[in-house]
Design a protein around this ligand. Structure first.
Ligand code: NAD
Length: 473
């Protein structure tokens, strides 16, 4: 469990509060506090949102200046990568190379949206009138971000929102505020004042931000239950909401799959970032004939994965990010074992400081065990056998989640037909969780509301403004 430094007076959602309006940030590889961030009060938001409204008047007015500023921001992020990456790894836990990938993705996203300006669109319907849609920004946007990809998910929000001409107030998770604060100060060198403001603190800061009357769009990534609360809060001011929520993605292996050929990709699609990926593979359905081979191939990789602190060279899997999340992973695993599952690899916490859990492959898991029906969000993967393919498709779809899914096999046409039957936002074939900057990302069912990514992500931050006049002769 967390070791607290003297002076920390209480534990609040896992991050100790320090007297003087600050809170401690823990290193999940040790459980020890190593930094701190301001615990901003909800009432401070009024002034911050007011400044974001003021900054919007200028930021919205000059698209060419925005493009220049966002391209300069991308360069600044890249130049600061060596400072930001270790801080991100320290507070989040992920291997250093993956922190660098988050930073590269942040810069790439800034460049992509800087150059994806909305264009006026003429509309004709055969009548002698001319109408044109001119896209307008919404105003100050609130962004609320979880702890699994603090920078990548923040940039998925601020890059399109700012490119569209909005300003933004962004709140990272209290578990991972530091790299986002550093990123914010790096960006402030390229962006005008108050165009992007980072706020940090405990609840009800996020709730206040989501329901703030000066906010016109709330873009949230996190759990389904918090997403509901955010939507309720935003309803007060009728702000637009975009919600990117949880997932419980299934991977269906077809009977012509080459198990050894796909095993590495399948394993890392489940265990990257210690399984803390909304669109990770969270359950595997394997044909009964190949079941033992699939379980064994995954177990071998789980046993061979190098687990350690993200800053240690050679580490492939870091710790779970925080104590409540580790408790959830332990609870689901213990329940599965009590339900009759076998841990073919792992199945327990590691006996060392920090929030480490052994990479775990569970076989013979009952289909209704919570590790199958819920989102474990950790380094634990249940593998289930199926008889007829229809059973696997039905089981994959038998959930309120609908983020992603994948199909693995040799006959790509057949895999494509099965992928088409998945009820989710993105279906992959022979890999999982790969996204291009230019594609839409949207969850089906309870996994989301609205669309991020590509031009769709840009238009999510704009409203159509129409000018309508008689056509010239
Ligand atoms: P969370 O819902 O607990 O917290 C997300 C953010 O909301 C944090 O910044 C938190 O401080 C804030 N928050 C908490 N209570 C709030 C409230 N009442 N009002 C407003 N904000 C509030 O989620 P988490 O544990 O940080 O992240 C894990 C979850 O995020 C998982 O369910 C995962 O699947 C999901 N996720 C989804 C996507 C996606 O794109 N669909 C991506 C990454 C993570």
């Amino acid at each position: 469990m967390a070791t607290h430094q003297p002076g920390h007076v209480r534990q609040h959602t896992g991050t100790p509060v320090i007297p003087g309006g600050r809170f401690a940030v823990l290193d999940p590889a040790t459980g020890e506090a190593f930094g701190e961030a301001p615990d901003q009060r909800p009432d401070e938001l009024d002034a911050i949102v007011g400044r974001a409204q003021e900054a919007w008047r200028h930021w919205r007015a000059d698209p060419a200046a925005r493009t220049t500023a966002l391209l300069a921001a991308a360069d600044a992020v890249e130049a600061a990568g060596a400072d930001i990456a270790p801080l991100l790894t320290r507070e989040q836990g992920k291997p250093l190379a993956e922190s660098h990938q988050e930073i590269a993705r942040t810069a790439a996203r800034l460049r992509y949206f800087a150059e994806t300006a909305p264009q006026p669109e003429p509309i004709t319907d055969g009548r002698p009138v001319h109408s044109e849609v001119r896209w307008r920004p919404l105003g100050p946007v609130a962004a609320i971000v979880p702890w699994n990809f603090p920078l990548q998910l923040a940039s998925a929000k601020f890059a399109p929102a700012l490119a569209a001409g909005n300003t933004m107030v962004l709140k990272p998770s209290p578990f991972t505020p530091l790299a986002t604060r550093l990123l914010g100060s790096v960006l402030s060198a390229a962006l005008p004042e108050d165009v992007l403001t980072i706020v940090t603190g405990h609840e009800p800061l996020g709730a206040r931000l989501a329901s703030h009357p000066g906010i016109r769009h709330v873009t949230f990534t996190g759990s389904i239950s918090t997403g509901r609360a955010v939507a309720e809060g935003a309803a007060a001011s009728l702000a637009r909401v975009t919600l990117e929520l949880g997932g419980n993605d299934a991977a269906i292996l077809l009977d012509d799959v080459d198990v050894e050929e796909i095993a590495d990709r399948l394993f890392w699609a489940a265990f990257r970032n210690c399984g803390q990926v909304c669109m990770a593979v969270k359950r595997v359905y394997a044909p009964a004939r190949l079941y033992s081979q699939v379980v064994e191939a995954l177990a071998q990789r789980a046993k061979a994965a190098v687990v350690g602190a993200g800053l240690d060279p050679g580490t492939q899997l870091g710790p779970v990010n925080n104590a409540p999340q580790l408790a959830r992973v332990e609870r689901y695993t213990a329940q599965a074992l009590a339900d009759g599952a076998r841990a073919v690899a792992g199945g327990h916490r590691l006996d060392r400081p920090g929030y480490f859990f052994a990479p775990t492959i569970l076989a013979d898991v009952p289909a209704r065990s919570p590790v199958v029906t819920q989102e474990q969000f950790g380094p634990v993967l249940p593998v289930l056998p199926y008889g007829h393919l229809d059973e696997a498709v039905e089981a994959a779809n038998d959930t309120g989640f609908g983020l992603g899914g994948s199909v693995w096999g040799t006959d790509l046409d057949r895999a494509g037909e099965v992928a088409d039957r998945l009820e989710c936002g993105t279906a992959w074939i022979n890999h999982h969780a790969e996204l291009s900057l230019a594609q839409p990302f949207a969850g089906a069912k309870d996994s989301g509301v609205g669309v991020a990514g590509g031009p769709w992500g840009l238009y999510g931050n704009l409203r159509p403004f129409v000018v309508h006049r008689p056509q010239e002769v």
